[in-house]
Design a protein around this ligand. Structure first.
Ligand code: CO
Length: 217
């Protein structure tokens, strides 16, 4: 109960296996981390960044919160983005949502959960933006799917608007921001085609991504 022995055991097995497969593995990681990717995803236990992308330790810098939300006043998330972009010089920021997201579902259905309702307010704002489309959908599963996708597109937009990403682009840094969504049902990632690589692409790509989704309904 107090020691969670089984986790330490499986940790030892993992460390041994990693060393056997690659004797320099830990030495290399001690020396430096050099990830090309920043992953901003949901805290959901079913969506672990490394496993689903097949990336090993050292290859992806990760920030996860409930429903993969990027808020301009969240210094936790902003600090992660700044460190990844300005110091680690990642080349890609991936905002990854997932279908069946509990946070998005609570925002869609106006469920009252407590403190988290304040966090989910950001997704309710996204819902409100597309209320004309979403309220016309009878199938609640489909509405949830749509809002999960709208949420990713919105958060990509928010990432691109941070001073950190804007400054990086202004300085000519190679940086792409992607919007993906993961399906719990088959374990596959889908690209929402909202990849932005420079400031002046942002508005047109955002508008196109949103209008494409809205027309699918
Ligand atoms: Co989720």
């Amino acid at each position: 109960m107090r020691t969670l022995q089984h986790l330490f055991e499986s940790n030892r097995n993992w460390a041994e296996g990693a060393k056997m497969a690659d004797p320099d593995f830990f030495e290399r990681l001690v020396a430096q981390q050099n990830p090309k990717y920043l992953w901003i995803g949901c805290a959901d236990s079913r969506v672990p960044a490394n496993q689903i992308t097949g990336l090993t330790p050292g290859e992806v810098f990760v920030h996860r919160n409930i429903a993969n939300v990027v808020v301009h006043s969240d210094f936790n998330c902003l600090s992660v983005i700044e460190y990844a972009v300005a110091y680690l010089k990642v080349e890609h920021i991936i905002v990854c949502g997932h279908y069946g997201c509990g946070g998005v579902k609570a925002a869609l259905q106006n469920n009252k959960l407590g403190l988290i309702d304040n966090w989910l307010r950001h997704i309710r704002d996204v819902r409100q933006k597309h209320d004309d489309v979403l309220s016309g959908i009878d199938d609640q599963e489909l509405a949830l799917k749509m809002l999960c996708e709208f949420n990713v597109i919105e958060q990509v937009y928010n990432v691109c608007h941070t001073t950190i990403v804007q400054n990086a682009w202004e300085q000519g840094q190679n940086l792409a921001v992607h919007g993906w969504i993961y399906s719990l049902e088959d374990g596959l990632l889908n690209d929402l085609n909202t990849c932005v690589t420079k400031a002046d692409e942002l508005s047109s790509i955002y508008r196109l991504a949103v209008s494409t989704k809205r027309e699918q309904v």
